[in-house]
Design a protein around this ligand. Structure first.
Ligand code: ZN
Length: 316
């Protein structure tokens, strides 16, 4: 079964599925009263669900800050958490390679919802043959991420009908906040002259960002980090950076930076072009948020951090 189809099946069928269908006694636990116990795969998904759920929901996140969801292997502990949760939220679109397989294979055991399930194919970018059919990094278009609020709200309210007014009010308030954020970053990103809007990163996580905010984006690795880069990829990227005189490339907190370092060495050696490696405390957050108590520990804070880093490095 194709990934997109599998995600859709999980989202539509598993929500509201009665306890342990088909004679299986190990279905999800029955929900009686709040708090709703939620397991989220990534920090981004957890943040979205917490904003909608507020005090009626407790969210446990499987993949913490700095963890790469493409390569993540579910543990026995994860499985236990999934089985005891009232609801499981995941990104879908094959972001969570192995984790998505586990959810799909055990559909009757968990109530699992892909937050991206209601996004129309026309709004999605292709994955170019990697992993699934579509690029999963939808959160880098703030307006598109806001559209995932409806799926989260409905899934929580189907389980906890008494909570619906709160979930809808929280979602509406957050929607407004995201609309304001979208305008704010458009203003910031427009400060970089259009000829300099070239964003080169470790992996291709920023295509939605590029399409929404008019930046040319390029990753050393593709949409998934699961594939290895070749010498050819590195040589081509070095040529691109040197020919366009691009001054900086960006590392990501959830992806090792050796590959990019090798590219920059090639730029220097073969073209005499020096490229700054933006990393450390100014690395971009791509597939995971920062630690909870830091500014990048929330979705809005993470987006602002990235935008500030990009504008500072490319805008001069
Ligand atoms: Zn990614």
């Amino acid at each position: 079964m194709g990934t997109a189809k599998r995600n859709a099946v999980l989202a539509v069928v598993v929500v509201g599925l009665a306890l342990g269908g088909g004679g299986c006694s190990n279905g999800p636990p029955e929900f009686r009263e709040p708090p709703v116990r939620v397991v989220a795969t990534t920090t981004l998904v957890a943040d979205l669900v917490q904003r909608v759920g507020g005090e009626r929901v407790i969210v446990d996140t499987l993949m913490g800050p700095g963890v790469d969801p493409h390569r993540y292997q579910p543990t026995a502990g994860d499985r236990k958490k999934l089985e005891t949760a009232h609801l499981v939220f995941f990104n879908g679109l094959h972001l969570e390679g192995k984790m998505a397989d586990l959810l799909a294979k055990n559909a009757g055991r968990f109530r699992a919802v892909a937050v991206t399930a209601a996004l129309a194919p026309a709004e999605l970018l292709p994955a170019d043959g990697e992993g699934g059919e579509f690029d999963p990094h939808v959160w880098f278009n703030v307006s598109l991420w806001a559209k995932c609020l409806t799926t989260v709200t409905n899934a929580l309210a189907e389980l906890d009908a008494a909570g619906r007014p709160l979930y809808e009010a929280n979602a509406a308030a957050y929607q407004k906040e995201l609309e304001a954020l979208d305008w704010e970053i458009r203003r910031e990103l427009a400060k970089v002259p259009s000829a300099k809007r070239k964003l080169v990163t470790s992996h291709d996580a920023f295509r939605y960002f590029g399409a929404a905010y008019h930046y040319e984006v390029r990753g050393l690795q593709g949409v998934s980090t699961a594939s290895e880069t070749s010498t050819k990829d590195r040589i081509e990227l070095a040529k691109y950076l040197s020919e366009h005189r691009i001054p900086a490339v960006f590392t990501e907190t959830s992806v090792p930076d050796e590959g990019l370092r090798a590219v920059l060495d090639t730029c220097q050696r073969d073209y005499g072009h020096t490229v700054q490696l933006i990393g450390g405390s100014t690395a971009l957050f791509s597939d995971a948020l920062g630690p909870p108590e830091t500014p990048a520990g929330t979705y809005c804070g993470m987006i602002r951090h990235n935008v500030q880093v990009i504008v500072t490095a490319l805008g001069n």
